[in-house]
Design a protein around this ligand. Structure first.
Ligand SMILES: NC(=O)c1ccc[n+]([C@@H]2O[C@H](COP(=O)([O-])OP(=O)(O)OC[C@H]3O[C@@H](n4cnc5c(N)ncnc54)[C@H](O)[C@@H]3O)[C@@H](O)[C@H]2O)c1
Ligand SMILES: N[C@@H](CC=O)C(=O)O
Length: 482
């Protein structure tokens, strides 16, 4: 595999290698968000081809589940090594189709590979048990088994990591998996799957299927062969998939949208808070599910924080992610830009003040200036909705209890961040915030070893860590009379 090979147009060969139906009349163009140029095509697979891929995954499942756990893990470990060896090529593909700066793409490839490394540990899996409640001539045995054929639907913002975070535990558990990547970023998925093949992962165990999201989602969720569906994306689509999966009572993991509050308490180390705020808000131009959304700054540290924060925001460099010194790449598409513009317009109409940014970059329509909105409040979309762009609304507060009550009203619950140097306050806020993940004095929380996921409308289930593999295992009880 090399960069050229993956990026050449109409490259169905890699899809073929990835063991998906090969002959398809139509194809989907993939473009580079920094230039608008088409950089490749992937097949728009028909329902029949998707059903065939599901059949292959089922055939493969009954073999793969019987491959000894250590052997499955060895193959995963080889896959992890290949991803490391090909980090530069994979990062190039990722930046080409997604737009994030190369340094972030390299970081994502390492992060993606770290999930494969993590789940290549045989000792992570439940060891089962023999229960101590039986009589002398009986045994009560509890074992775990793979769930079966699984399907994944993934978003464009993390085209590598959102796939390996699902595939690695599934394959380690003995499941097979079909992945439908986002239409905007299928090339990274295909390149990663190609490495899985090179690592010796057999035919049908991992398949990439490309095509219309709605059609493929319906096939996955209504298929009785697919026993589990793992989705990462918007809450809107998650809700649809949950409803359509009801017909087959499918196991579901839903990693959905967030709206992470970033609170700077009166006791915070403001310098550290500013650094954390920049990292948390502007990674991937604000297009990250755990990005800080709105900033809540205590009135005692408000002036110091906003002054230092705006100074840092003004230093961020915009440009093509392939240029090593760039901090902010383009937004993924025109829809994303329009959404950001509408959110800023709504805030300004309701009284927010633009401290910096607030428009598209003068050099290109595909970028939005990193923006700080002062005087933001909960009547504004920028505070209530996931912005998914480089816009930082700042809300001033002086009553912690009232703030926590306001945050409790939000329906999302993925991540939250706060900065405080008071132990009692750290304990109090950590307990009070209704979210799945919290960064205390830290703007970066992701790691393959931790349970990643949300509460309320931000989702169901956890990915990563020891918890992540449980999503792909069923528990079976066996009563044995001698
Ligand atoms: N919680 C997490 O771990 C996490 C991680 C990354 C992104 N996200 C969320 O994802 C969203 C951004 O990603 P997006 O714009 O790609 O989301 P999206 O929901 O529009 O798309 C996600 C995937 O679903 C597919 N899809 C679209 N419509 C579908 C349908 N009707 N049925 C089945 N599949 C369909 C898309 O093709 C894509 O593959 C944000 O809300 C972000 O917070 C969450
Ligand atoms: N950035 C998240 C994924 C969601 O966008 C992560 O760190 O895993």
């Amino acid at each position: 595999m090399n960069n050229e090979q993956v990026l050449q147009p109409d490259n169905v060969e890699l899809i073929k290698n990835s063991r998906v139906g090969t002959s398809t009349k139509s194809s989907i163009a993939v473009d580079d968000p920094a230039t608008g140029h088409v950089i490749g095509h992937v097949p728009d697979l028909t329902p029949r081809q998707i059903l065939r891929a599901i059949e292959s995954a089922e055939t493969a499942f009954y073999k793969w589940r019987d491959v000894p756990l250590r052997e499955r893990c060895e193959k995963l470990f080889r896959w992890y090594q290949l991803m490391h060896e090909k980090e530069e090529e994979l990062a190039g593909i990722l930046t080409s189709e997604q737009g994030k700066p190369l340094s972030e793409s390299r970081g994502e490839i390492r992060y993606a590979a770290s999930y494969i490394q993590w789940y290549a540990q045989p000792s992570l899996q439940d060891q089962g048990s023999v229960l101590p409640y039986s009589s002398i001539d009986e045994s009560m045995i509890v074992i775990t088994e793979p769930v079966g054929v699984c399907a994944a639907i993934t978003p464009w913002n993390f085209p590598a990591a959102m796939i390996t975070r699902k595939v690695a535990p599934a394959l380690a558990a003995g499941c097979t998996m079909l992945v439908k990547p986002a239409l905007e970023t299928p090339l990274t998925a295909i390149a990663i799957a190609e490495l899985a093949i090179q690592a010796g992962i057999p035919e049908g165990v991992l398949s990439i299927v490309t095509g219309d999201g709605e059609a493929i989602g319906k096939i996955f969720s209504e298929s009785a062969v697919v026993r589990k569906l793992s989705f990462t994306g918007s809450t809107r689509v998650g809700r649809l998939l949950m409803a359509s999966s009801a017909s087959t009572i499918k196991r579901l993991s839903l990693e959905l949208g967030g709206n992470a509050p970033f609170i700077v308490c009166e006791t915070a180390d403001v310098e550290r808070a500013v650094q954390g705020a920049i990292q948390s808000k502007f990674r991937n131009a604000g297009q990250t599910c755990v990005c800080a959304n709105a900033f809540y700054i205590h009135t005692k540290v408000y002036d110091e924080f906003t002054e230092k924060f705006i100074a840092c925001v003004n230093q961020l460099m915009l440009g093509n992610g392939k240029n090593e010194s760039v901090d902010i790449g383009p937004l993924i598409n025109e829809n994303a830009l329009e959404k950001v513009e509408q959110i800023v317009a709504d805030a300004v109409k309701k009284g927010a003040v633009i401290a910096c940014g607030g428009e598209r970059w003068v050099n290109s329509e595909r970028w939005y200036y990193p923006t700080v909105l002062l005087n933001a409040d909960s009547s504004m979309r920028c505070v209530n909705e996931e912005i998914f762009g480089p816009v930082a609304p700042i809300v001033r507060y002086n009553d912690e209890t009232a703030l926590l009550e306001e945050l409790r009203q939000q329906q999302t619950g993925l991540a939250a961040y706060f900065y405080s140097q008071n132990l009692g306050q750290v304990n109090r806020l950590s307990r009070a915030l209704e979210v799945g993940m919290i960064g205390v004095n830290s703007g970066v929380i992701s790691d393959a070893a931790v349970p990643f996921g949300g509460v309320k409308s931000s989702g169901i289930g956890r990915e990563g860590g020891r918890h992540g593999i449980e999503e792909y295992l069923e528990t079976k009880y066996i009563k044995l009379s001698y």
